[in-house]
Design a protein around this ligand. Structure first.
Ligand code: SF4
Ligand code: SF4
Length: 356
């Protein structure tokens, strides 16, 4: 069936109206269901930096979901990059923790190891809340990205992985050719059911950390994540076929990439001078950056002054890398750097340290 992508003009102050219209259109049956809402949280940056989903969008989505009587609502993400190992702090900085309120769950604190048909990540550790959800609402930020061209509905699923497993993948698949394949492997674990993209304040240039922002003033929505990304790529004025994650998503039958086969409900305006990420258009030779190498090398270490020897970290470590002869000890070669021990430690006794 031909997917429909909605595009509506919107402002943060009044976005509830548009969100309600989106829910009326897609009409998800949420009654008695476990609903997971996943905003895009990269680090604890303020909404004005255009890096993360705006709290006004999250607030409007929570309100719309509540009217449909779900049995449970969870709001969470595993923030990437500088957010590794402290999900709550990243959420707080974005204003999303306060907005999520009682619905916030630290997705790094409950995890499960899976087996995956992936050359990059055969045994991923994934947040339990993702696997348990009956319905996932994906709230990506409309922005550019050096490894994937754009960060949209597919890229936001990278946050299914807690901790520096993401840094590991940036290391083993750290180029624009391999990374989209690894990303689709992660996406395949649980494709979301509905995406609502925050395209009100957007990021252009060398995202996802760019300072070049553009106020497009739109919200996009759809139930086909590949089609959502195809529309984002078109608005950004990428040449057709250039976004590899969209192409691979289509090849793997996750959705439609061809604009001729996507029904657009609203006005699709191509932004002809949208600044595209140089790193994606002209990838450099060489391996992953020092930034990812350093993150990947970090390991948890226990501060004995804070540790109460409760044993939680040992119980919760999915790789069985922690033993407790006295205080917890991490076996460095076994550790898969998910940082779940740090997320779970009740006394914040675990810190991330460089191997030196
Ligand atoms: S969870 Fe924290 S307090 Fe408990 S044993 Fe581990 S390091 Fe110590
Ligand atoms: S010690 Fe275990 S829980 Fe902690 S980061 Fe390593 S694998 Fe994850």
């Amino acid at each position: 069936m031909q997917p429909t992508i909605m595009i509506r003009s919107a402002k943060y102050e009044t976005c509830q109206e548009v969100i309600n219209e989106i829910f009326s259109h897609y009409n998800p049956d949420l009654q008695g269901k476990k609903v997971l809402i996943k905003p895009n949280v990269l680090r604890g940056s303020s909404p004005e930096e255009g890096v993360t989903t705006h709290p006004a969008v999250l607030a409007a989505v929570i309100k719309a979901v509540k009217t449909r009587q779900p049995s449970q609502i969870i709001v969470g993400d595993n923030p990437g990059a500088s957010g590794y190992g402290d999900n709550e702090e990243s959420f707080r900085g974005t204003g999303l923790l306060e907005t999520a309120g009682e619905y916030y769950e630290n997705l790094g604190s409950r995890v499960r190891e899976l087996q995956l048909d992936s050359e990059y990540l055969p045994r991923p550790v994934v947040s339990e809340a993702i696997l348990e959800a009956d319905y996932i609402i994906n709230l990506p930020k409309f922005k550019t990205h050096g490894l994937t061209g754009l960060s949209g509905a597919i890229k936001n699923c990278y946050g299914y992985l807690p901790g520096a497993q993401k840094a590991n993948l940036h290391f083993t698949a750290g180029n624009p050719y391999d990374f989209p394949k690894a990303l689709l492997d992660v996406f395949s674990i649980r494709p979301p059911d509905l995406a609502i993209v925050d395209g009100i304040l957007t990021m252009e240039g060398d995202g996802p950390f760019s300072e070049d922002l553009r106020r497009l003033g739109i919200l996009l929505a759809g139930t086909d994540m590949v089609a959502v990304d195809a529309v984002i790529g078109t608005i950004m004025n990428f040449e057709p076929g250039l976004i590899r994650s969209t192409e691979i998503g289509h090849e793997r039958r996750f959705g439609e990439k061809d604009l001729d086969r996507i029904h657009i409900d609203g006005q699709l305006k191509v932004v002809e001078d949208f600044k595209l990420p140089e790193g994606y258009l002209r990838p450099q030779e060489g391996g992953p950056s020092d930034f990812w190498k350093k993150l990947r090398a970090k390991r948890p270490e226990v501060d004995k002054n804070l540790c109460t020897r409760c044993g939680t970290c040992e119980e919760e470590c999915p790789a069985e890398a922690i033993s407790m002869p006295d205080y917890p000890v991490v076996e460095k070669d076994k550790c898969i750097v998910c940082f779940c021990c740090q997320e779970k430690c009740p006394t914040k006794a675990i810190q991330l340290k460089d191997p030196s």
